[in-house]
Design a protein around this ligand. Structure first.
Ligand code: PMP
Ligand code: GLN
Length: 379
């Protein structure tokens, strides 16, 4: 009937594990979303916006006061001036921002370097555009980029390099030295950087977020993606934005205007005001740090061993003391028989890998974490 554009793609692991968790009444530490309430104040601002009549289409590039608030925040955090009129587009989520960036730049036959484990939308979004993903594995167990390998894999066809820091699923973060290596590789080439920074504020243990936005020379050739869902504990809002150079953003908007065209108006009106409160995003790192420390302290009673995590709201644990089953099988066993759902990290690789590790989302109420640990201690 039709030729599938993504013949090898099944249902995303997040949906698979969340459905399995619900079927078995398992505690869901798999899919990354908080199980506590978002800010009442932000909800009230949305309510107010709707009552004031902000319920029709807004500007296709995003409600201008929101783009101005984003530009202010970028200047405060990263010391870079961004033009809200020409360099920011509000999108229905970070995934859409990444997809649109790839669709903007890719021609059939182009190559895009991605690092595995790779967030599951990246490779399909490359392939649906007729391009090829060139996957390079991060080192194990510290999940770092081997830049010598990257240099070897760059070809005339390399159109983009995708980076993600803080990293999902591993929680690793890029250092200033990593960004220097990246700069060295892309200089004198037409390579575009696609930087997924949806966890920009979720930084732990005193590390710094090395945003591409700190580097105007790199931003000239980059699309940087963000998600309000991750920052304000409202993943269901599916609202985010992309920042780029004026030239690249003009092309991005050609695609965006015939896809979503514009995003949810009342939420943008609310966020324009809320973003002005710096504590609304600055408090996130310390809040998550407490959660991570709480979770790790409890998990120390189990036989699972933590791998280093420096950001995001994910923590990887090794089960090598317990089993040598595949990650997928062990994750299914934990969900069905122990009552705790996780994500097998192997789902983020194209090739078969089995490092005997699972991803746990610790962005949950303390009582949810306690209940999961109580079950995992029995392993
Ligand atoms: N990138 C990464 C690494 C993610 O973990 C997620 C999931 N939130 C996204 C992008 C997508 O964010 P959104 O839900 O805003 O599309
Ligand atoms: N980003 C979330 C995670 O990594 C899931 C988003 C989704 O389900 N597509 O768990």
């Amino acid at each position: 009937m039709i030729v599938s554009k993504l013949p090898n793609v099944g249902t995303t692991i997040f949906t698979t594990m969340s459905v399995l968790a619900a079927q078995h009444n398992a505690i869901n530490l798999g899919q990354g979303f908080p199980d506590f309430h978002m800010s009442e104040e932000l909800i009230a601002l949305v309510d107010e916006a709707m009552r004031k009549g902000f319920n029709q289409y807004t500007h296709m590039n995003g409600y201008l006061p929101l783009r101005e608030s984003i530009a202010e925040k970028v200047e405060f955090l990263y010391r870079t001036k961004i033009n809200p009129d020409t360099q920011i587009t509000v999108t229905p989520g970070g995934t859409y921002a990444l997809y649109t960036a790839l669709t903007t730049i890719l021609q059939p036959g182009d190559e895009v370097i991605v690092f595995e484990p790779a967030y599951d939308s990246y490779i399909p979004a490359i392939e649906v555009n007729g391009a090829k993903a060139v996957a390079i594995q991060l080192t194990f167990p510290d999940y770092r980029i081997d830049w010598t390998e990257v240099k070897k894999r760059v070809t005339e066809k390399t159109r983009a390099i995708m980076i993600n820091s803080p990293h999902n699923p591993t929680g690793s973060v890029l250092s200033a030295e990593d960004i220097a290596q990246l700069r060295e590789i892309v200089k004198d080439t037409p390579i575009i950087i696609i930087s997924d920074e949806v966890y920009e504020h979720l930084i732990l243990d005193g590390y710094q977020h090395e945003s591409i936005l700190k580097h105007p020379d790199l931003l000239e050739r980059s699309f940087v993606s963000f998600s309000f869902g991750k920052v304000y504990h409202c993943t269901g809002w599916k609202l985010g934005y992309s920042i780029s150079s004026e030239f690249l953003m003009k092309e991005f908007r050609k695609i965006h205007q015939f896809n979503a065209f514009c995003c949810d108006t009342p939420k943008q009106v609310a966020l324009a005001a809320f973003l002005k409160k710096k504590e609304s995003y600055l408090e996130l790192g310390p809040f998550l740090q407490k959660k991570r420390d709480y979770f790790q302290a409890g998990m120390a009673q189990t036989k699972l061993q933590p791998l280093p995590t420096r950001g995001s709201y994910f923590q990887i644990y090794s089960y090598k003391n317990l089993s040598d089953e595949s990650e997928k099988d062990f994750a299914i066993h934990l969900t069905k028989d122990v009552g705790v759902a996780t994500i097998p990290v192997s789902a983020f690789y194209q090739q078969e890998v089995n490092h005997l590790v699972l991803r746990f989302c610790f962005c949950k109420k303390d009582e949810t974490l306690d209940a999961a640990i109580e079950r995992l201690v029995k392993l």
